[in-house]
Design a protein around this ligand. Structure first.
Ligand code: ATP
Ligand code: MG
Length: 367
């Protein structure tokens, strides 16, 4: 076995921007491979702090703190896509920042993202740029209603979105976004949603898990089912689109690509990408030999990727807000893995944990 000089040695320090549950799982995966993890997050009591070797509490705009952080780590990655461009600039001058600036810039702006997909020949919902009432009027003329007005930046869990059922709802929808630059998207009458979670290394090595089928509740991911119960040909197409995206971005790390499946699978539209580990990939912690978090750490450390196969079918259910009070019920199921994020305060809409119910796959008995 040869160790390439590009492979980060155990004992190296992986810096993570963001201290939520994704950072927490990344810290655990890093520790498993003998790395130390240093988490940078402005909020005290961040869930990842308890599992990381070191942490720094400072704003993302604090250049002196960022410089100190960069000096203490060997590579930087992030658990959320809204890392300010100026933060990346400060860090990048001192240490590699992965998955990479191109991916971050693309995923941060829904308009840039949609144009990027279109340029690659990947189908998306019809969309138009909206900066004022005149733009919206024109866009509704082109796209029609129902449509969704979305802020270009900082949206998550359906925040920063307003549905326009009829054209006379345009005014209130625009007002609700308070002047933020936006895009209008046609409402897609999809059959269901799937996502592909995959890892890519700068060497070109690529490994995609089986797609998951995603169910949302109140605009927040509720459940992911793996397998997605889709034809093999549709799965291949989704994975190839994911590969095309990662290559165009010269990506290093795990990516989540969200799709709308339409017309019985005849049309496959990309909704958006997450340039990071993704909630719909949490089942890999328990249903696969290598989790998305291990793959991400390997990819940013320049290690080879593991096989993305699974040993169990899985149903992942998020515990949102008061759902977490049912932890005892889930804990009593022997084939269910319970993951609680250690957040001190239960709030409506807050992701408090998730559970994954497994069905181990038995080898085909054959004839
Ligand atoms: P998340 O953080 O959960 O990914 P988000 O705030 O980034 O959400 P989107 O992924 O754009 O927002 O939208 C959230 C959900 O709203 C989608 O998964 C889908 O169910 C629905 N949705 C978004 N855009 C459309 C569309 N054009 N047509 C139909 N449904 C849509
Ligand atoms: Mg989404």
């Amino acid at each position: 076995m040869t160790v390439k000089p590009s492979m980060l040695a155990p004992g190296s320090v992986i810096g993570v921007l963001g201290g939520g549950q994704l950072g927490r799982f990344l810290a655990m995966a890093a520790a498993d491979l003998g790395f130390a993890c240093h988490v940078y997050c402005p909020e005290p009591d961040s869930p990842a702090f308890a599992l990381a070797d070191q942490h720094m509490i400072a704003p993302y705009e604090d250049e002196a703190a960022l410089t100190r952080f960069a000096e203490q780590v060997d590579v930087v990655t992030y658990e959320f896509e809204n890392v300010p461009a100026a933060t990346v600039e400060v860090l990048e001058a001192l240490v590699p920042v992965l998955p990479g600036r191109r991916a971050l810039e693309t995923a941060q702006d829904r308009l840039a993202e949609k144009r990027f997909f279109s340029d690659l020949g990947i189908e998306v919902a019809p969309f138009a740029e909206v900066n004022d009432a005149a733009d919206l009027e024109r866009a509704l003329g082109e796209i029609g209603a129902p449509a969704i007005l979305k802020t270009r930046r900082f949206g998550y869990d359906g925040k920063g979105q307003a549905r326009i059922g009829h054209r006379d709802e345009a005014g209130p929808a625009l007002e609700s976004l308070r002047g933020a630059p936006a895009i209008l998207e046609q409402v897609i009458d999809f059959d269901f949603e799937i996502s592909v979670i995959a890892a890519r290394c700068r060497s070109g090595d690529f490994a995609a898990y089986a797609p998951g089928r995603n169910i949302h509740r109140n605009h927040i991911l509720d459940q992911t089912f793996v397998p997605a119960d889709i034809p093999a040909e549709l799965e291949r197409r989704a994975v190839e689109i994911c590969r095309t995206i990662t290559e165009a971005l010269d990506y290093a790390g795990v990516i989540g690509v969200e799709f709308f499946v339409c017309d019985g699978g005849a049309r496959l539209l990309v909704n958006e990408i997450a340039p990071r580990v993704h909630n719909s990939g949490h089942w890999t912690l328990d249903g696969a030999p290598a989790s998305q978090f291990e793959q991400h750490i390997r990819a940013v450390a320049g290690w080879p990727l593991r096989d993305p196969c699974r040993h169990s079918d899985a149903v992942m259910t998020n515990l949102i807000g008061e759902d977490v009070e049912s932890w005892g019920k889930w804990a009593a199921e022997p084939l269910t893995a319970v993951h609680l994020y250690g957040k001190p305060e239960v709030r409506a809409g807050r992701k408090m944990g998730h559970v994954t119910r497994l069905t181990p796959m038995t080898p085909d008995a054959g004839d």
